[in-house]
Design a protein around this ligand. Structure first.
Ligand code: ADP
Ligand code: GLC
Length: 498
């Protein structure tokens, strides 16, 4: 079978810019696809925060003309580099006005008012870049709302462009909550024609919905776990798009994310104070001690330490945690939390830390090294999400021997198997109802297991450390889907020409 030319567009890519798991995926999947023999290119915006010298970004010659409808033509600079430890080329679209700012999407919790124009610009620039490079992709793989307009552009303004003859599109949904909803005037900038502003394409409640357009126009779309693919067909998880998603479910797939074990593995992790693996956990004890020490908690090996790392967003179940955390702190346990986001939560947890200094600590902010340290030094990992398309931290936790406590939703349900004390099977502790009571009962169960079923806890940890969620497997699933898309495109082209 011939190798594919794959263009992957994402608004964030590790290590260049990251706000969440999308960046991890966009940094790792391309490498795994390249390892299968495909010609993969990645494109992302050139945010001001990207250190060009550090990552060896080189300017490509000539500016890229980007049509912006009524705004006229805008010009983009293009930089080139490679994904670390690979030969996969990544391109950066530069525009001082749109991307020369502090944040990726927002500042101080306020989304940029021109996010519609910023990502219309980026999406159109991706198409123009493919032409400039004469790349002729078999598939353009886009991610979330930021790049969801690319399938719309391909089917409209580029429909008869020879450079995209036979090009298919895949839209990955990493989070359906954020859809890119804007004032309808964005249609004038997008420039695909107002005839596409209708309820079956881009229009929703008299505004433009980028993600909706992507779902309609992509040849296929996928959620980042099987369970989330099922959930988004229901009103509870569909964020208003469940009707459309049910209609389009014939082209909906579920592919669970992998993990980059070169980065997230306690045997090779250089961020953590001591390395360890499933054969020898003595390094984990060192990591726990260092973590307690760093946060000023009581340094004790015989008390369970629970970690939390994540965006302080409603999605992550932070309100559930906040409701019961004081009750939990009456137990013999310790909790550390790393995260930033909702202001109320930042205040709440900071305050709490000053009241329970030996049992609870938090760091409000973004710190990759600390994220690794918490994964390594904790005994249990808390992830009570209300919804979770895939979730990466619980998968990292497994590998670090840090037993996850999760709500059975989306990828958390797919990747964690509940503990069964009868035969000591499972990899974590799960609860089902999104209630503070259910969360509290499950943390108590986990803590009780730690104290009173030591063999069972050890088995749980060992089971988890043996799990593998490799990108190799996920890349094969994506490859199969790309081939299916390409075959479909060729089929429809043949029909058209008959
Ligand atoms: P999401 O993409 O919804 O935020 P994931 O679990 O898929 O959730 O991925 C989150 C990623 O972001 C993980 O790699 C996690 O370690 C990282 N992360 C989240 N918050 C922080 C933070 N405050 N500091 C460092 N890393 C963080
Ligand atoms: C999103 C989801 C998260 C997922 C990540 C990568 O941000 O919230 O569950 O793991 O994307 O796919």
């Amino acid at each position: 079978m011939h190798n594919l030319s794959i263009l992957i567009a994402a608004s964030e890519v590790v290590p260049f810019a990251k706000s969440g798991g999308l960046a991890d995926v966009a940094g790792a999947l391309p490498k795994a696809l390249a390892a299968l023999g495909h010609d993969v290119r990645v494109v992302m915006p050139c945010y001001a925060s990207i250190d060009k010298a550090l990552y060896g970004l080189k300017p490509l010659e000539g500016a890229l003309g980007v049509p912006m409808g009524v705004m006229g033509e805008a010009w983009a600079g293009v930089y080139e580099s490679v994904l670390p430890q690979s030969t996969v080329k990544i391109y950066f679209i530069e525009h001082q006005g749109f991307f020369g700012r502090k944040g990726l999407y927002d500042e101080e919790g306020q989304g940029y008012a021109d996010n519609d124009n910023r990502f219309i610009f980026f999406s159109r620039a991706v198409m123009q870049l493919a032409k400039k490079l004469r790349f002729r992709p078999d598939v353009i793989h886009v991610n979330d709302w930021h790049t969801a307009l690319i399938p719309v552009l391909l089917n409209t303004v580029y429909a008869n462009d020879a450079d995209f003859k036979g090009t298919g599109t895949l839209l990955s949904l990493h989070n359906l909550q954020h859809q890119g909803k804007f004032y309808k005037g964005a249609m004038d900038v997008l420039g695909v024609g107002w005839e596409h502003f209708n309820a079956s394409e881009l229009e929703e409640y008299d505004g433009v919905n980028f993600l909706k357009g992507g779902i309609v126009h992509a040849d296929a779309f996928n959620a980042v776990s099987q369970k989330y693919a099922q959930e988004i067909c229901t009103p509870e998880f569909g964020w208003g798009l469940d009707g459309l998603i049910r209609d389009k479910s014939y082209k909906l797939y579920g592919i669970v994310n992998g993990v980059d074990y070169e980065e997230w593995s306690p045997a090779v992790d250089t961020f953590i104070p001591a390395r360890f693996d499933s054969d020898d956990l003595s390094g984990k004890a060192v990591c726990k001690e260092a973590l307690q020490h760093r946060f000023g908690l009581a340094v004790k090996s015989d008390v369970p330490l629970i970690g939390f790392v994540g965006r302080l967003a409603e999605q992550k179940g932070i309100a559930l945690i906040a409701t019961i955390i004081e009750k939990l702190l009456q137990l013999e346990l310790q909790i550390v939390l790393l995260g930033a986001g909702e202001k109320w939560a930042e205040h709440f947890f900071s305050q709490l830390a000053s009241r329970y200094p030996s049992k609870f600590a938090c760091y409000i902010g973004y710190d990759n090294e600390l994220a690794h340290t918490i994964e390594a030094g904790s005994d249990l990992f808390l992830m009570p999400s209300l919804f979770e398309p895939c979730g990466l931290n619980q998968i990292y936790s497994l590998r670090y021997g840090t037993v996850p406590i999760v709500r059975a939703t989306g990828g958390l349900d797919d990747t964690i198997e509940n503990y069964n004390s009868a035969n000591r099977s499972g990899t974590g502790f799960k609860f089902y109802d999104a209630t503070p009571e259910a969360l509290q009962a499950t943390v108590e169960w986990a803590v009780d297991t730690w104290y009173h079923d030591k063999e069972g806890f050890k088995k749980l940890r060992d089971n988890g450390m043996l799990q593998r969620f490799s990108w190799h497997e996920a890349a094969i699933a994506y490859e199969n889907l790309y081939r299916h898309i390409v075959a479909g495109r060729h089929g429809s082209k043949e029909q058209e020409s008959r």
